[in-house]
Design a protein around this ligand. Structure first.
Ligand SMILES: [Zn+2]
Ligand SMILES: [Zn+2]
Length: 359
């Protein structure tokens, strides 16, 4: 039995195209004690490969974090399989707001130390002592409250293209980095303010809320199911939508449009834009925001240097890359000094802090 991908992304894309069937993109997570993550990983791969599931799934002793797509007509079989696993029975599935058959092109089930890289020593606090879950209606009420501090638990390149009105957005590259920064920033308000947090699908807030409670914050709330579930509830129940712009997602779609507001700008010319691109120079691959005009002018590259390299014959590009490390880890980047219009979110964060905490 082969427990890895047999097809390249390109071959997979062609197959999906040919099948002509609608696929469903969804995500879920669960904290649970998994004794043997390697065995569990293999079982999932076999069962899900047979159902034509594609996606990125992390398994650890602490649980599972899954983002995936599957043929819509296999959904019931998939759900039956989930229900056969004790800690995944009746789990809430976050269904993508914008569907795209090509959201994932491989099935990767990986064993990790953690399902979210938090850099925390689990023995120091109780992860099950988490904040209060709130739905969209309760969340809307909470953020109207002048005693609320609303914090975006995502990274700078995520909140840059979309976020809730009046949210603090720490200028961080990683979740791990954000925890001590936020704690330090808000430490004077552990008793008197309501700390309300949100992230993409809710998983980061599960950890963060437990962390902040452990650090002495008395009133901690988290948006259940994150922006994805909030949007679903807003659309279904026709309630007020306080989110602006796009929801950044970690698959081929890059983002889901939630509202028509374009709140970011092209990192090259400063015009309104909110589409992330990876620099077309494979040796760079920087994640940045680029408008259509700059994309055409720069051949999808982030700098003139990259444009020159990208225009070379493939063999020459390869020769230039020889001996250089793999820089394709796109989500660790998203910052570069040569991009004049990358907004400095750190300043926004500080200004908001002083303003609204006074209020
Ligand atoms: Zn531009
Ligand atoms: Zn580049």
């Amino acid at each position: 039995m082969q427990l890895y991908n047999k097809l390249s992304a390109k071959e997979r894309a062609e197959l999906i195209e040919k099948a002509g069937k609608d696929r469903l993109t969804l995500s879920f997570y669960q904290y649970a004690k998994i004794e043997n993550p390697h065995t569990f990983r293999d079982q999932l791969f076999i069962a899900w490969d047979a159902l034509d599931v594609l996606g990125r799934i992390y398994v650890a002793h602490e649980g599972i974090n899954a983002q995936l797509s599957l043929p819509a007509d296999r959904f019931n079989a998939f759900k039956t399989h989930l229900d056969s696993i004790s800690f995944l029975k009746d789990i809430r599935l976050n269904i993508a707001v914008e569907q795209d058959n090509m959201s994932f092109l491989k099935l990767k089930v990986k064993v990790r130390d953690k399902i979210v890289a938090d850099g925390l020593n689990d023995n120091t606090f109780d992860v099950t002592n988490k904040g209060r879950h709130v739905d969209a209606v309760q969340f809307n009420e909470l953020i109207e409250d002048e005693n609320t501090i609303l914090v975006d638990m995502r990274n700078h390149y995520e909140s840059e293209i979309g976020h809730f009105k009046n949210a603090r957005r720490p200028d961080v590259d990683t979740f791990r980095e954000s925890l001590p920064i936020i704690e330090n920033d808000l430490k004077a308000h552990k008793d008197d303010k309501k700390l309300v947090m949100y992230c993409t699908g809710g998983i980061r807030c599960e950890k963060a809320s437990a962390y902040f409670k452990h650090k002495g914050f008395k009133n901690v709330f988290q948006l259940e199911g994150g922006i994805i579930e909030y949007t679903r509830q807003v659309n279904e129940s026709k309630i007020e939508n306080n989110f602006l712009g796009k929801n950044f997602v970690f698959d081929e779609r890059r983002s889901e449009r939630i509202t028509d507001d374009v709140i970011a700008c092209c990192h090259q010319c400063g015009e309104p834009a909110d589409t992330h691109e990876n620099c077309a120079n494979d040796a760079c691959h920087l994640l940045f925001i680029q408008c259509e005009k700059c994309k055409a002018e720069m051949d999808g590259c982030c700098s003139t240097t990259c444009k020159e390299i990208h225009s070379l014959p493939y063999e020459e590009q390869k020769a230039l890359r020889k001996g250089q490390g793999n820089s394709n880890d796109i989500f660790k980047k998203g910052r570069a000094d040569h991009l004049p219009y990358k907004k400095d979110l750190r300043n926004i964060f500080e200004t908001l802090n002083t303003d609204s905490i006074k209020g």
